[in-house]
Design a protein around this ligand. Structure first.
Ligand SMILES: N[C@H](CCC[C@H](N)C(=O)O)C(=O)O
Length: 288
């Protein structure tokens, strides 16, 4: 079974080419594949399938808004096997993979996701390095909530980027003190986020940039979260009394640029394709 491995600012993914959506992606198989000891290791899995094939196989109830049957669809799974609506770093790696592998010849096209069609612009696409801008769509604020670490409360703002986020801007944080935070299991209000939540901790904007770390729903702390950088940028602009602007978001895995205008966001950043190989069919079949 063919696979590729790639990452966007060190948020890493196993890519499974499956145009006709024939693979059975149980949560046990995804969790085993993402396990960094018993599997290949990754923060998530990107199945590469035609949107129409996912509808025909019953994996999608209907074509998501902004997509057509022939579009490639990013069928994203978190490392714990759960399904998430959207993955911003994943769309960049997905678009880079499609163009580097010759599955897509256009520079501008739409990637399907459970949060709808995401228009992408592939600025560069080599066999290893790529650079992509994703039109992330609408960014909606959900109201104030908070996260906790070791009993300390971090006020934040709930933000919907297609998936749920709690972005906590802390004026007392610096890049250095951000590194010291224990992000093993930050607390949040399950009443406010009944489907779980991705939690970002960040500094206020200084010289057009913020520093951010993230604890991802279904994964744990990752070196980067694309939808999380969008939530962070929106929260940082709100902290400064603005609702539009360009923010450079520095994460442990690198840096991306987020532009927000009229409650819509664009995410620009790198993608790296690390490897291509084969997963043992016997190993895969033996998993439930
Ligand atoms: N863990 C997220 C999905 C992956 C998001 C992240 N990897 C990104 O790049 O946006 C969730 O359950 O909503």
């Amino acid at each position: 079974m063919e696979f590729s491995k790639g990452h966007g600012t060190e948020n890493d993914f196993v890519i499974l080419p499956d145009p006709d959506a024939r693979l059975t992606l149980t949560s046990d198989r995804i969790a085993a594949l993402c396990d960094r000891r018993r599997g290949l290791g990754a923060d998530g899995v990107l199945r590469v399938a035609r949107t129409g094939a996912l509808v025909d196989s019953g994996l999608l109830d209907a074509l998501p808004d902004g997509t057509n049957a022939d579009d490639w669809f990013m069928d994203y799974r978190n490392a714990d096997g759960s399904i998430a609506e959207m993955c911003g770093n994943g769309v960049r790696v997905f678009a880079h993979y499609l163009t580097a592998e010759g599955l897509e010849s256009r520079e501008n096209f739409v990637v399907g996701s459970r949060a709808g069609g995401k228009p992408v612009q592939v600025h560069s696409t080599g066999p290893v390095a790529g650079e992509v801008t994703v039109e992330m769509g609408r960014v909606a604020q959900l109201g104030e909530s908070s996260a906790t670490i070791d009993g300390r409360v971090y006020p934040g703002i709930g933000i919907d980027v297609g998936n749920p986020h709690l972005a906590c801007v802390d004026p007392n944080l610096t890049g250095a003190s951000l590194v010291a935070l224990d992000l093993t299991a930050p607390g949040y209000d399950p009443g406010f986020f009944p489907q779980g939540v991705n939690i970002e901790f960040l500094t206020p904007i200084e010289s057009g940039a913020v520093d951010m770390r993230v604890h991802e729903r279904g994964v744990g702390e990752t070196r980067s979260c694309g939808t999380g950088t969008v939530a962070a940028a929106a929260a940082a602009l709100r902290h400064d009394g603005a609702d539009a602007g360009v923010v450079r978001v520095r994460i442990p895995g690198g840096a991306v640029e987020v532009r927000i205008e009229d409650e819509h966001a664009w995410l620009r950043g790198p993608s790296v394709l690390v490897a291509h190989g084969a997963i043992s069919d016997e190993w895969w079949s033996a998993l439930a």
